[in-house]
Write a protein that binds this ligand. Structure first.
Ligand code: WTA
Length: 656
């Protein structure tokens, strides 16, 4: 065992109590749990006072399981809460974003006053293109300030945005545009990734061949690459936004006005449009951001190193931090754009105090060695966060020791697109943390870990994670499909929300997340369903059947392994398998996204099936992880799985 592994395991049993200095100045004081849990609904009502309401709510929670309304008779405007009110409070000169582009030297500083002008102009431009309250607008952008401006401009007009991660393919984009019936798209000509130009507008053009109802496309010029243009439909941002009036009078909307839709993978091939509304969502995003990251808006520089195309970017780059009026770093590139120490340079240059990222990135940075961070002054950091997947103790210890100078508290935050904001987390200054544990429900949140029959498990036992009471930022449902919402989340354990995650309570009652218990994979913190990838593979003319599993991977957490049988007509000679496998991987990338590309594809004459014809993924997972095979007695043909095992051993990894 390596020295660092041993150290991590020893430390796993060690608790990291908060320092006295941190505890003294922390936003969250120990009484918070008692206060919140005495009357969670009343506590959340108090937290809603962080927002500026045009009409303060008199109602707090209306709960008709599984549909919740929070603060429903209150009215407000989300963009006013994120921008206007800070300017009105005299904070217009405070920097909202230090934007750092992928190519080194490309940077911009945007104050809250600048942001107000930008959002007002964008809102005026969108209005002139026909966007109205209640519409849906697709946003397909790189990590540039205009992405935030676009989201806030939609919110200002009461139109829901549906941000589609820029790494998604044209086909994934058109599916999402059609599902939400978006009539407008905001995009850019392209973006940068490690200095190279990535295309966006061509993907939009291709997607829109299937979306005849899209009336207008607004395009930011980011790279200057040549793009096709459809007169009447396409508009340059620098024409229509830059020339729009610089002020805009916001309207007030009910607390339950849809704010956004975010598509996420479930256990079926079709992604779900998780939708969020305004008042409850903003309340929980701002409250969690305040207490968990302990933000001091006057002095902190927050950096959530996530893409705006995922929920982490929505809640902890846009809505939480901006509602709290903090200064942030917004970074377009990857951790190695312009060198493997790019992150450390950014932290040093901007004196970042709070860093929030995913375990997969921490493991990548760890692989590059601690000499890189040690060569930079990271002493400005005072708190570190983790999100997206369980963090292994080794990565936790490395993060704390080499990035956090062995003093920064680490908050391992568990939540989901559906929960809208953080649900389980330590509170810095209060919780003594354990490497790898998310520890405790946030104040005002009730969770339980239950067994197969829905009974609570005791300390030292594991089971399914459930949420037992409604919370302000909970999704209001799956866009256009209330039945699917009930069925997916509320039927497994009646009365409770089933998150799809396994969890355990340790001997002290602290919570540890154990990963998904359904067919959802977590690849570098990105959610993908096995069925979604299988569906893409079966869409290839050579493929008869496909079974996909997530196998553990040292860096990405899980990696995709696909087992594929070919149609008779496509029977290929052994020597031609390489090119076909490459073609299949590319096919998945085009159908979904490069993140969905299988690490390995095994071509096999057959798949292990039960007598009733169900593919036994459990056994394929054993094969993919080189484990002793589980029970094979229910298989129709038990020899199939040992044959696949043999094939797997024969083929070296098809990794890039
Ligand atoms: C996983 C991301 C363990 C979990 C905010 C969840 C985590 C899924 C953690 C949601 C964590 C997220 N520890 N697992 N701290 N955070 N997860 O919707 O499986 O992209 O169900 O939201 O990520 O992924 P999503």
């Amino acid at each position: 065992m390596s020295e660092s592994k041993l150290e991590a395991l020893l430390d796993e049993r060690r608790e990291f109590p908060p320092s006295k200095e941190f505890a003294k100045q922390a936003n969250a004081q120990p009484s918070i749990y008692k206060e919140a849990n005495a009357d969670p609904v009343a506590w959340w009502r108090k937290q809603a006072d962080r927002l500026t309401w045009d009409k303060a709510p008199t109602k707090t929670l209306e709960w008709e399981l599984p549909f919740a309304k929070w603060f429903s008779d209150g009215t407000l405007n989300a963009s006013v809460n994120c921008v206007d009110r800070h300017v009105a409070n005299g904070l217009g000169d405070r920097v909202a974003f230090h934007w750092v582009g992928d190519p080194e030297g490309d940077k911009r500083t945007i104050t809250y006053s600048d942001l107000l002008t930008d959002v007002s102009q964008a809102a005026n431009a969108l209005t002139s293109l026909g966007v109205k309250a209640g519409d849906r607008v697709a946003v397909y952008m790189p990590m540039i300030p205009e992405a935030v401006v676009a989201m806030l401009a939609c919110a200002r007009l009461g139109a829901a945005h549906s941000v589609v991660f820029g790494g998604f393919s044209a086909s994934a984009l058109s599916d999402r545009i059609l599902d939400a019936d978006c009539r407008f798209v905001i995009t850019a000509d392209g973006g940068y990734r490690r200095g190279a130009v990535a295309e966006l507008k061509p993907q939009v053009d291709e997607a829109l061949t299937k979306c005849p109802d899209v009336k207008a496309v607004l395009v930011v010029k980011r790279t200057g690459q040549d793009v096709e243009w459809m007169e009447g439909r396409d508009h340059w941002w620098h024409d229509v936004v830059a020339s729009a009036p610089k002020t805009h009078t916001p309207e007030s909307f009910p607390a339950e006005q849809p704010l956004y839709i975010m598509y996420t993978s479930g256990t079926t091939a079709r992604p779900k449009g998780i939708f969020h509304t305004t008042g409850g969502y903003l309340t929980q995003a701002a409250t969690t951001h305040n207490y968990i990251f302990d933000v001091k808006p006057e002095t902190d520089i927050c950096w959530t190193a996530a893409d705006i195309g995922w929920v982490t970017g929505h809640s902890y780059i846009v809505y939480g931090p901006l509602t709290n009026g903090v200064t942030q770093v917004l970074y377009e590139g990857t951790p190695d754009s312009g060198g493997k120490d790019r992150w450390w340079k950014i932290i040093e240059e901007y004196k970042v105090t709070i860093l929030y990222t995913a375990p997969t990135t921490i493991r990548t940075l760890m692989k590059w060695g601690h000499a890189l961070p040690q060569a930079h002054d990271l002493s400005s950091l005072r708190l570190l966060g983790s999100v997206g997947e369980p963090i292994n103790p080794e990565a936790w210890i490395w993060y704390r020791k080499y990035i956090g100078a062995d003093t920064c508290p680490i908050v391992d935050t568990w939540w989901q697109t559906e929960t809208g904001a953080i649900m389980i987390t330590p509170l810095p200054g209060i919780t003594a943390t354990k490497p790898g544990a998310a520890m405790t429900p946030f104040p005002g949140i009730s969770v339980d870990i239950v067994d197969n029959d829905g009974k609570s498990v005791g300390n030292g036992e594991g089971g399914y994670l459930t949420i037992t009471a409604p919370w302000p930022s909970m999704t209001r449902g799956i866009w256009g499909d209330p039945e699917r919402f009930k069925e997916t989340y509320w039927s497994r354990f009646p009365g409770s929300y089933f998150a799809g995650d396994g969890a355990k309570r340790d001997q002290d009652g602290s919570l540890w997340l154990l990963g998904r218990v359904d067919d959802v994979m977590n690849i570098s913190g990105h959610r993908l369903s096995t069925t979604e990838v299988e569906h893409a593979l079966v869409g290839h003319p050579a493929v008869a059947e496909a079974a996909v599993v997530g196998a553990s991977d040292d860096v990405t957490g899980q990696a995709i392994v696909a087992f594929v049988t070919l149609k008779l007509s496509a029977d290929v000679a052994e020597k031609d398998q390489g090119p076909l496998v490459a073609e299949l991987r590319e096919h998945v990338s085009v159908m979904i996204s490069p993140i969905a590309k299988p690490r390995q594809i095994i071509l096999t004459p057959d798949l292990p099936k039960t007598r009733s014809g169900k593919i036994m993924r459990r056994l394929l997972r054993d094969v993919a992880e080189h484990r002793q095979l589980g029970d094979v007695t229910t298989l129709m043909d038990p020899t199939v799985v040992s044959m696949i095992d043999g094939l797997m051993a024969q083929h070296s990894s098809d990794d890039d």
